[in-house]
Design a protein around this ligand. Structure first.
Ligand code: SR1
Ligand code: MG
Length: 406
């Protein structure tokens, strides 16, 4: 057995079994352990270790020195500390909405956490056209509790600055700065554009000087607005779900940034599910029903966020100026504006940039995929350019529906 206490190495399945036996106080003496590496994300290794005898299981997540998607991305393994620590904090702020972390190991750069195999990855479930009526209620609570309750509105300012320092995350932020805010807006060699969408990208995105300028402004807001402790990568692949439960996972991109980043990211990914459903569900009645479900979900996420944000502000704000007439409304407006902008950026980057979403790439019919990508690009552009006037759930839906007419 390898020694896990001396120096870091990347584990294989047998190592994870040995690690679980010797380094984690979770399984019983008579446990019969098996392990499978189940990670399908872009960055890390995820080992599911099961005690076949006593029917218990655990997840061990390890950060490797390079990203799985491409070894071009050399990344500090410190991201595993960030993930463990933010999950601990979110567990307190939004109980029940994140997995429980049992321990973090700074030598092996891994953490052991609750196995959520009784849930499904939300993206996978949506692509099977499953519905989760409680999701908007769950996720809006998560968003308000993790975003507002980590901001200067609520947290004592020196304590908040200590959190900013604790969650400095330069390398993962650089990935976002490059992949979301920079590369989609020019003919970057790292982009991966479906050939049928190339002309539309050139004409409507790269040749639009005003849009490109807006992307620069947004990039600097992302880098310089330490407003809330973000999840930082809140797409539907970062959510485990079942009918009565929502668990947000994978917050390794966490840092202090604009609150709208998480909300916008989520909305865009619900729109990808919409685009997929529109072009892959053959039966008209089933398709309309599913698209209506997604429309309601998007509307409810925005509107419930707004309602709960207002309530939480009234109940929990500690900052003196939070009580000034009109300040809450101004502050919420800026979050909704940033939400629209980030929804737009995410819609563009998943079509143009390196990191794709299955919602689009699995649309087999060429023409249908081009149509789906055009809708995402057109909606994305409007979200960015018109962000100042997109505030309600209905406003978000209006942008999608207008893009469908392009
Ligand atoms: C190199 S990482 C590519 C993407 O995967 C992550 O989930 C983030 O979305 C990132 O942009
Ligand atoms: Mg992830």
């Amino acid at each position: 057995m390898k020694d896990f206490t001396l120096e870091y190495f990347t584990m294989i399945e047998q190592d994870a079994v040995d690690y679980a036996k010797t380094r984690i106080d979770f399984f019983q003496e008579d446990a019969v352990l098996t392990c499978k590496e189940i990670g399908d994300g872009n960055l890390n290794y995820v080992f599911k270790v099961v005690d076949e005898k006593n029917n218990k299981s655990i997840i061990i997540k390890q950060a490797g020195p390079v990203a799985r998607i491409s070894d071009e991305f050399k990344l500090s393994t410190d991201r595993n500390r960030i993930e463990s620590e933010i999950l601990g904090l979110q567990h307190k702020l939004a109980p029940g909405y994140v997995p429980e972390v049992y321990q973090y190991d700074p030598i092996m750069n891994c953490c052991a956490m609750e196995d959520l195999s009784n849930h499904e990855i939300m993206r996978t479930a949506l692509l099977k056209h499953e519905k989760f009526p409680l999701f908007p209620d769950h996720i809006s609570t998560f968003l308000v509790n993790t975003l507002l309750l980590t901001s200067d509105v609520v947290v004592e300012h020196k304590e908040k600055k200590a959190l900013v320092k604790q969650f400095i995350n330069p390398e993962l932020c650089e990935i976002t700065e490059d992949l979301v805010y920079t590369e989609p807006f020019y003919d970057c060699p790292r982009n991966e554009i479906f050939e049928g969408s190339m002309e539309f990208v050139k004409e409507t995105i790269w040749n639009d000087k005003k849009l490109v300028l807006e992307s620069a402004k947004l990039k600097f807001e992302f880098m310089n607005h330490a407003q809330s402790l973000l999840h930082g990568d809140l797409h539907t692949g970062s959510i485990f779900i079942k009918e009565d439960s929502t668990k947000v996972i994978d917050p390794e991109f966490a840092f202090y940034g604009p609150a709208g980043y998480d909300i916008g990211n989520l909305i865009a990914n619900l729109i990808f599910a919409y685009a997929n459903g529109k072009f892959t569900i053959e039966d008209e009645e089933t398709r309309d029903d599913y698209l209506n479900y997604l429309v309601t979900t998007i509307k409810d996420v925005v509107n419930l966020f707004t309602d709960k944000f207002n309530k939480a502000w009234d109940e929990k704000a500690t900052e003196q100026v939070a009580g000034y007439d009109g300040f809450k409304e101004y502050y919420l407006d800026t979050i909704l504006r940033d939400t629209a902008a980030v929804a737009g950026l995410e819609l563009l980057r998943r079509v143009i940039g390196l990191a794709k979403v299955k919602d689009l790439t699995t649309i087999e019919d060429r023409e249908a995929r081009i149509r789906a990508e055009k809708i995402c690009l057109a909606a994305g552009k409007t979200f960015i350019l018109n962000r100042e006037s997109i505030k309600t759930g209905a406003d978000f839906i209006h942008v999608i529906q207008s893009a469908e007419l392009t």
